[in-house]
Design a protein around this ligand. Structure first.
Ligand code: PLP
Length: 240
């Protein structure tokens, strides 16, 4: 890529990040919190390492990748000394081996079966893997994830798995026509989060409520998200 194009994209990322940080700070205040209560993840799928590294230089300390293979192909070119990596995309059981120990959290745990396999592979490596449970909050047939009404039973079983540590919940709500509609899903998620927290289950932490993407992160924060996952609003539209 031409140097002038790279420089222009660097400037875009800087400007975008400034706007995102201002929006996060405002939504945090509007929900009775401060900017430091909200963790910003940069979602880096399809983004080249040079631009990811630029975001890291600007203070991004958490990135999210969707695919094991894409992450591994980029990793040696990423400056990750002060930046954590989470997996946020659907994970097939046969790929678990390749990711355990390679990321600091797997946010996209969408079945008991997957949680069991992560526990098994973690135990084999003598590590504990932090996970979030992905909730299919809109009961969409096209999506994987725990249905809200199944979560209680599933948590009971997952809490008995020694080598995984649940740290919270993650969701991608259905595409909504209105902000009111989106906020209802986010507030349902927050209610689940609060209810589980109140149960004080052994071996289950509810520290992280991961929801909100480029189009709806303000609404998510207003309803209680404390981790937002932002890709295109930071890096520009993805080219596949
Ligand atoms: C791609 C992706 C995002 C970011 O989406 P944008 O709309 O580009 O911000 C967030 N979460 C998950 C799970 C994703 O796959």
């Amino acid at each position: 890529m031409e140097k002038s194009l790279i420089d222009r994209r660097f400037e875009d990322i800087e400007e975008n990040l400034k706007v995102i940080r201002e929006n996060i700070a405002q939504a945090a205040l509007d929900s009775g919190r401060t900017a430091s209560d909200i963790h910003l993840m940069a979602v880096t799928k399809t983004v080249e390492p040079i631009f990811i590294n630029h975001a890291i230089e600007l203070g991004i300390d958490l990135i999210g990748e969707n695919k094991v293979q894409e992450l591994e192909s980029k990793r040696e070119n990423l400056h990750l000394e002060h930046c954590d990596v989470h997996l946020i995309g659907h994970l097939q059981t046969n790929k678990v081996k390749k990711i355990v120990g390679r990321v600091s959290m797997i946010q996209s745990v969408d079945s008991i079966h997957l949680a069991r396999e992560i526990a098994k592979q973690s135990a084999a490596r003598s590590v504990t893997t932090d996970i979030l449970l992905e909730v299919n909050i809109g009961h969409e047939e096209s999506k994987t994830g725990f249905l809200p009404e199944q979560l209680g039973d599933s948590l009971a079983e997952i809490s008995s798995l020694n080598a995984v540590q649940v740290q919270g919940l993650m969701a991608i709500p259905p595409i909504c026509d209105s902000e009111t509609q989106a906020r209802k899903f986010f507030s349902d998620m927050h209610q689940l989060f609060v209810d589980i927290l109140a149960k004080k289950l052994d071996n289950i932490n509810m520290n992280i409520l991961s929801m909100g993407m480029s189009g709806d992160y303000r609404a998510a924060i207003l309803e209680g998200a404390n981790l937002v996952r932002i890709g295109s609003a930071l890096f520009g539209a993805r080219k596949y």
